[in-house]
Ligand binder design. Structure first.
Ligand code: DSN
Length: 449
């Protein structure tokens, strides 16, 4: 078995932490990981991430640092940058953002002034907090004008156009965390050009699909691209900001502005162990087999969506074009996401409760379930397994139909009773056994020689 499971040194020095990490490896091994923003990092990548590069302070950029000792670290960051430029077809890449939210803040810092109008997909419609939601800095420092999905669950491009013309935003985001359809980057590009806005693709969720050529690339239509590195790209937790040719045509200083916004504007020393692992992830994504992997993610999502609907569940937008599915639980009542997600967890199936467009409940007690196929596809599962998993998910959700979200004061007591009943539920117990048996056939970490 590999070091990241055996943990020989940690087991001796800190058995408490070592034991919990081993348990987490087993959870990844024997559970069905369907949270669409999570994935399995390869053992090779974990070696880079767990390396001595974590020791190094590296403020600045390759060949322009504030410390000494860059004989090996500069080439590593340069390789990450060059692989990012090659993979996405862009003239400039910054691979230092710690993660997606700080990367988006750097984009604001480089392109906007406080009080400027910005537009993004409304959070309950599938957008991201950093695209202008009121509880995020992006909704506090900028004047946020959100756009929405229509009654069919597709982005309402007519609304995007008319809001842009009315409010003349400085920046428009195209991207989401819970949207199941392909983005029309070209249409967004025309709207942004008409009003002179920066257009930024936050393609964190679908990067792997774009690199695999399964979805169209935004590169010719947007000025900037932000992507996290740990979702469909299967890298370490982190992010990149890419400046396109169109971006440099709009503002020849855009690449410098982005670099200055990341450091020293927002961040200190970059995490070079994370950057090395990003280089490894990009190397993996540049291999021809990644194209097949990306295509399989979408085939799996479509197969899972069909199985869920065949087994009686309603989906936002009726299906999916990408890796992600949003189950609408309102036919069973409002605010039922918590029951479904906890019952599924009891069966070893990991998803997340999520708001749906026009959710009748609240973000903590939403009426939807978000799930997706990137991680299971990495494990090697295909359409046959998806059909089976869809049946299990529907069966578990069926067991939760009798539960109704009570008034606030009674919730703690009610949820306690619900959790005890779910634990003892024999139908859910049977699914749990089946999940474990299926997972044993697709080993990823512990099943290695
Ligand atoms: N929290 C991430 C997700 O799960 O999609 C987005 O930032």
């Amino acid at each position: 078995m590999d070091w990241f499971y055996e943990l020989p040194n940690l087991t001796k020095s800190d058995p408490e932490i070592a034991a919990l990490i081993k348990k987490e490896v087993e959870r990844w091994e024997f559970g069905l990981q369907l949270i669409p923003s999570e994935n399995y990092a390869s053992p090779a990548l974990l070696e880079a991430l767990g390396s001595v590069l974590t020791n190094k302070y590296a403020e600045g950029y390759p060949r322009k640092r504030y410390y000494s000792g860059f004989e090996f670290v500069d080439p590593i960051e340069t390789i990450a940058i060059e692989r990012a430029k090659k993979a996405f077809g862009v003239p400039h890449a910054n691979v230092q953002p710690y993660s997606g939210s700080p990367a988006n803040m750097a984009i604001y810092l480089a392109t906007c002034n406080p009080g400027d109008v910005i537009m993004g997909l409304n959070l309950p419609d599938g957008g991201h907090l950093t695209h202008g939601w009121k509880t995020s800095v992006s909704g506090m420092f900028y004047k946020s004008v959100p756009y929405h999905v229509n009654e069919n669950g597709y982005i309402d491009m007519e609304e995007v156009r008319s809001l842009a013309q009315q409010h003349r935003p400085r920046l428009i985001w195209v991207g989401a965390t819970a949207y199941t359809r392909e983005f029309d980057f070209e249409a967004f590009g025309k709207i942004a050009d008409d009003v002179g806005a920066y257009l930024v693709a936050d393609m964190s969720h679908v990067t792997g699909l774009i690199l695999a050529g399964v979805h169209k690339s935004p590169v010719d239509h947007v000025h900037l691209i932000m992507t996290t590195t740990h979702k469909t790209l299967r890298g370490p937790r982190g992010a990149m900001i890419l400046v396109t040719k169109k971006g440099l045509d709009k503002d020849p200083e855009l690449a410098d502005k982005i670099d200055r916004a990341v450091f020293p504007g927002l961040q200190g020393g970059p995490h070079e162990h994370q950057i090395a692992a990003t280089a490894v992830a990009l190397g993996e994504a540049l291999k021809p087999e990644f194209r097949e992997h990306g295509a399989q993610i979408v085939k799996n999502a479509k197969a899972l969506a069909s199985s869920l609907t065949d087994n009686g569940l309603k989906l936002v937008s009726g299906g999916t074009d990408n890796h992600l599915i949003l189950i609408d639980l309102t036919p069973f009542g409002a605010g039922k996401g918590i029951f479904a997600s906890e019952a599924l967890e009891a069966a070893g199936i990991f998803v997340n409760k999520n708001t749906i467009p026009n959710d009748p409940s609240t973000p903590f007690y939403p009426s939807g379930i978000r799930l997706g196929t990137p991680a299971l596809t990495t494990r090697g599962m295909k359409e046959g397994e998806m059909a089976q998993i869809g049946e299990w998910i529907a069966a578990v959700i069926n067991e939760t139909r009798v539960y109704e979200l009570p008034e606030k004061e009674q919730r703690a007591e009610y949820l306690k009773k619900f959790r005890a009943e779910i634990k003892a539920n024999s139908a859910i117990g049977r699914v749990k056994d089946n999940v474990k048996a299926l997972c044993s056939m697709f080993p990823f970490y512990t099943g290695r020689a």
